[in-house]
Write a protein that binds this ligand. Sequence first.
Ligand SMILES: NC(=O)c1ccc[n+]([C@@H]2O[C@H](COP(=O)([O-])OP(=O)(O)OC[C@H]3O[C@@H](n4cnc5c(N)ncnc54)[C@H](OP(=O)(O)O)[C@@H]3O)[C@@H](O)[C@H]2O)c1
Length: 179
Amino acid sequence: MDKKNMVFIARSLDGYISDRNGGLDWLNVIPNPEHEDAGYGKFIKQMDALIMGRRTFETVCGFDGDWPYPNPVFVLSKTLMAIPEEFKDKAELVKGSLGEILDQIHQNGYHRLYIDGGATIQSFLREDLIDDLIITTIPVLLGGGAPLFSELPKELEFEHVGTEVFLNELVQSHYKRKN
Ligand SMILES: NC(=O)c1ccc[n+]([C@@H]2O[C@H](COP(=O)([O-])OP(=O)(O)OC[C@H]3O[C@@H](n4cnc5c(N)ncnc54)[C@H](OP(=O)(O)O)[C@@H]3O)[C@@H](O)[C@H]2O)c1
């Protein structure tokens, strides 16, 4: 079975994925009356499961409305001891090294994994565990916040698969890890 770890994320022009207060309002600065989803719906349908960091999980838990994911969600945290009661049927806490966590998730039949959260993506990249990066750049400079990328122990080369522009403002580029 083809195993893949994929990132699908929006970042500001200066490389942040949330603002200084952890906010995401800037994701909606471009008027989007027809609710263009920039390929998200198609992407999430192709994923078997999500692995997300504790902070992203907490953000999602605070969203109004229904739980947004149709797929199983695995939450990475060293500090969280249990998933809050009301989300127990939505998400599962996983602990251990990334290798151990991935083995366990693969053994459960989930192979195409959506990796979400800045620190989480960075920890996967440090171990060269990301196959695809789909990054949508929003034309706003936040000036600070949670960064998408950080330092790595070595260079990682990716190849450009394609770029699409949505609403004439959102630039989405797909990169694949070079073998
Ligand atoms: N723009 C977008 O499309 C987008 C997408 C996703 C998230 N966001 C936003 O980005 C912000 C969150 O990003 P973030 O970088 O702060 O954090 P994150 O990756 O969501 O969460 C970080 C936490 O995850 C846990 N973690 C990460 N890697 C781990 C590992 N290898 N092993 C064990 N635990 C690990 C740790 O939790 P403990 O401290 O509990 O150990 C760490 O503090 C939120 O504001 C969220 O709303 C934006």
